[in-house]
Ligand binder design. Structure first.
Ligand SMILES: [Zn+2]
Length: 138
């Protein structure tokens, strides 16, 4: 994440930013889209965990969590508070334990699709599963 980018904390600005990003992508203005995407990533908002900004079947419009915006304030980051290594390690521990618990639950429901052991060739998949879990949760 680049430090020089302004952090968008206003919902209206964020909405406008997202719209500009889509417009740039549609116009294949990739250089500008890249800058805008970095700003979207750095902004104090994230995709709504309820409707996932999914507009099909009016899901987003009816969403109570985000009120139809498709995004919610990002509470994962506390602005202005430095993160120590210990805090970071704590956070990762919480995340990885949540992942393990979630995976075990899925394993019980569907052991074939969620094996508790991956072959040596596939061991890298654990990282992938964890990343999937993290992006799904946020
Ligand atoms: Zn929503």
């Amino acid at each position: 994440m680049s430090e020089s980018l302004p952090r968008v904390t206003d919902p209206d600005s964020y909405r406008a930013l997202c719209q500009s990003l889509v417009e740039c992508e549609n116009a294949e203005n990739l250089e500008r889209a890249e800058v805008l995407r970095a700003m979207v990533d750095a902004a104090a908002f994230g995709e709504c965990p309820d409707c996932q900004d999914d507009d099909r079947d009016g899901r987003r419009m009816d969403c109570q969590t985000c009120g139809g915006d498709g995004f919610v304030p990002d509470n994962c980051e506390v602005s202005g508070v430095a993160l120590t290594l210990d805090n970071f390690v704590e956070e990762v521990k919480v995340d990885i334990e949540a992942f393990a618990a979630d995976y075990r639950k899925q394993h019980l429901a569907n052991p074939e699709q969620f094996p508790l052991e991956l072959g040596a060739d596939n061991a890298g998949l654990w990282t992938e599963f964890f990343m999937d879990f993290m992006t799904r949760e946020r």
